[in-house]
Design a protein around this ligand. Structure first.
Ligand code: SF4
Ligand code: SF4
Length: 363
């Protein structure tokens, strides 16, 4: 897939382009005053043509699908054309020998941003592309990358393919390849988070501050529960008791029908899915906690109530939902310290010094 010149930004339409910059500014928490700076950085990026290589391993390609279906703003176009996406075998026009040449060319030049979608089988013979182990391909490309981004649960920790019993011993990028990477959890990845992460890399030339699971703290620093539009119902003890009942129509809290929002760290209510139209809880489905490592087995029984959460005003149980969030947050903070010792992201992008408050557990 060949790339573009600065006219692409005009082709994207100035309004859409600025909308992407505005959304990115909101997600990065830098305020709308940063929009001109983001726009300028992206325009400069076109001239530099930062190379992006997207490798697919064991997954259903749902993250690529999520990316190319987003039209408002057209983030796919931004990544495909504004940034130089050299290789993505699912959507590139080239095939066979031609696509392999493109891939090898990118490898030879090096210094690309490597995006990996899909889990990596660590057992020999369980995941091959063109007679090569996915594991070996991943190692080869990660070694020459400027930064590595794992998109979606499969790439961050193994995801659905790594659910018990996991005969192929599928793992996420960090564990399988032994490299540091930015983990963009969620199933599928939220395209807004991906674009904001790429823009942040371009703006600062540094990786963002990460939590213990390698997730940018700016997007994964608070629980779904803390940002949920149904939270007032939770506090007031108004719950959906079963699907199909009146409470469902009234938009009550979904905790009793399995919502894992108190244990899941992500900002889904903010950016939403499907062109920002809606998100799981907004559409009436309990959160299944897909932002968390191990969610497939850990949260199995997706419609079963999460144990140990105090229901306000009704039961005096073990721990409140906020406390549960704090426990998970404290574990994250321990991970942050470990992470700070070992992180270099392939040694090229430096990690941003974590802000003071980053070491604290979310409140
Ligand atoms: S339990 Fe789920 S639906 Fe209820 S307030 Fe928390 S996140 Fe929202
Ligand atoms: S709301 Fe929950 S289940 Fe839905 S995408 Fe976000 S973390 Fe995943």
């Amino acid at each position: 897939m060949d790339t573009c010149d600065p006219s692409v930004i005009q082709a994207l339409s100035r309004r859409d382009f600025l909308r992407i910059c505005g959304t990115t500014a909101a997600l990065l928490g830098v305020g709308q005053t940063a929009v001109p700076r983001i726009a300028e950085a992206l325009e400069k990026a076109v001239a530099r043509r930062p190379s992006v290589v997207w490798l697919n391993f064991a997954s259903d390609t749902g993250c690529t699908e999520a990316l190319i279906k987003a039209n408002y703003p057209n983030v796919a176009q931004l990544i495909l054309e504004t940034l130089s996406l050299d290789y993505n075998e699912t959507i590139m026009a080239a095939a066979g020998v031609q696509s392999e040449e493109v891939l090898q060319g990118a490898l030879k030049r090096g210094d690309y941003i490597l995006i990996i979608e899909g889990a990596i089988p660590t057992r020999k013979g369980y995941g091959m592309i063109a007679r090569r182990e996915m594991l070996d391909i991943g190692k080869e490309f990660a070694a020459k990358a400027k930064a590595v981004i794992a998109v979606g649960s499969c790439a961050t920790w193994g995801g659905v393919p790594a659910g018990d019993p996991n005969p192929a011993r599928l793992k996420g990028v960090r564990e399988a390849l032994g490299v540091e990477c930015i983990n963009l959890d969620l199933c599928p990845v939220n395209e807004g988070i991906l674009v904001a992460t790429l823009v942040d890399l371009l703006l600062t030339d540094r990786i963002p501050a990460l939590d213990g699971f390698g997730r940018p703290k700016i997007f994964y620093g608070q629980t779904i529960h803390d940002q949920c539009e149904r939270r007032a119902h939770f506090e007031a003890g108004r719950f959906v008791e079963r699907f199909g009942g009146n409470e469902e129509e009234l938009g009550y809290c979904l905790y009793k029908v399995g919502c894992k929002g108190p244990m899941a760290y992500a900002n889904c209510s903010k950016f939403r899915y499907n062109d920002r139209v809606s998100w799981c809880i907004g559409a009436g489905a309990p959160c299944i906690g897909c932002s968390e490592h191990g969610w497939v087995d850990k949260f199995a029984g997706f419609y079963e109530r999460l144990p140990g959460v105090k229901i306000p005003g009704i039961e005096g149980v073990e721990a409140g939902a906020d406390k549960i969030g704090l426990v998970a947050g404290a574990a994250t903070a321990v991970g942050i310290v470990t992470h700070a010792i070992g992180t270099t992201v392939s040694g090229r992008f430096k990690e941003k010094p974590p802000p003071e408050e980053a070491e604290k557990a979310p409140e």
